[in-house]
Ligand binder design. Sequence first.
Ligand SMILES: *[C@@H]1O[C@H](CO)[C@@H](O)[C@H](O)[C@H]1NC(C)=O
Ligand SMILES: *[C@@H]1O[C@H](CO)[C@@H](O)[C@H](O)[C@H]1NC(C)=O
Ligand SMILES: *[C@@H]1O[C@H](CO)[C@@H](O)[C@H](O)[C@H]1NC(C)=O
Length: 319
Amino acid sequence: MLIVLGILLQVAVLSKGFPVNNRPIIGVLAQESFKGAPAATYIPTPYIKWLESAGARVVPVRLFRENDAKAVSYYKNLFGFINGILFPGGGVDILKSQFAKTAMIFYDLAITEKNKCGDLFPIWGTCQGFELISALVSKQNLLTSVDAENLPLPLNFTPEAARSSMFGSLPEDVYKPLKTENVTANYHHWGLTPTNFSQNKDLRSVMKVLSTNTDRNGKEFISSMEAYRYPVYAVQWHPEKNNFVWMAKENIDHDAHAVRVSQYFADFFVAQARKSKHRFPDVPSENQAVINNYHPVFDKKTSLENYFFEFLNETAINI
Ligand SMILES: *[C@@H]1O[C@H](CO)[C@@H](O)[C@H](O)[C@H]1NC(C)=O
Ligand SMILES: *[C@@H]1O[C@H](CO)[C@@H](O)[C@H](O)[C@H]1NC(C)=O
Ligand SMILES: *[C@@H]1O[C@H](CO)[C@@H](O)[C@H](O)[C@H]1NC(C)=O
């Protein structure tokens, strides 16, 4: 009886469509800083701008030194307020860092809520974020070293791409450059090979592979994947770089096709976030949490910009 009611309710919700949330607020996860950084953790600005360019606001998901009970309850609250989370690129451990441990809290909440009450919580992983998602699903580090730093490539779509949420309805002016032009910026020395993927039961059952590429030595790695049952998307390439990263000597494609591709995936992910009903209690608490409260630091030498944060502690928690 309950099952029948559940199905009726789902049909009702689906036929009416999701109530659209036109004030999406997306979390971007901080990570432990690189050498010489002015604070303990950071978020690169391009990921923030990429989401904002598609009509979302951004909340920095800051790290605690360790995830004790207070930290976990802080993140649980925050999960109820935001409409998705983005895991950026970078260089920390995908199992042992605070970045990874905090990501696991959000991933577990997203999966549990979806299974319990159909609540959608989209997750996007870029580069290190892709690698992190592979570890969140498999609970292992299955990466292999690859030579794909500063390597712009077109995607080799798998047959599953046509039936996917990420690539299934690409307009021609996005599909063609993605398939034939060097629009995807690769900046990684780790990769997930199709063999390592398919030998892992969890990855195989949760994620579908949408594209692959080969590194400078011909080693194949998975470049895009998404979950079958959850709005979880992972790309080993950097869609935000075409529009927002301007390092002088790098091969980042900034032509109009590449800019269109970058914008398409920002629009795509933010459209998923508009399906989430999570909300901050009120506008003042939104305004207390958003990235607009912080000031980025631009490095003229590297052309890179980052937001830096000290670790959160109990006295700093304001939501
Ligand atoms: C992943 O693949 C590489 C070879 O590409 C292999 O050396 C490594 O052992 C694999 N890792 C796991 C956990 O299967
Ligand atoms: C893409 O880059 C490769 C070198 O990495 C080059 O050989 C190829 O011609 C480029 N393709 C296009 C369409 O520009
Ligand atoms: C806790 O955070 C506040 C606000 O960021 C900071 O001023 C204070 O020094 C921190 N305390 C400790 C013990 O780190």
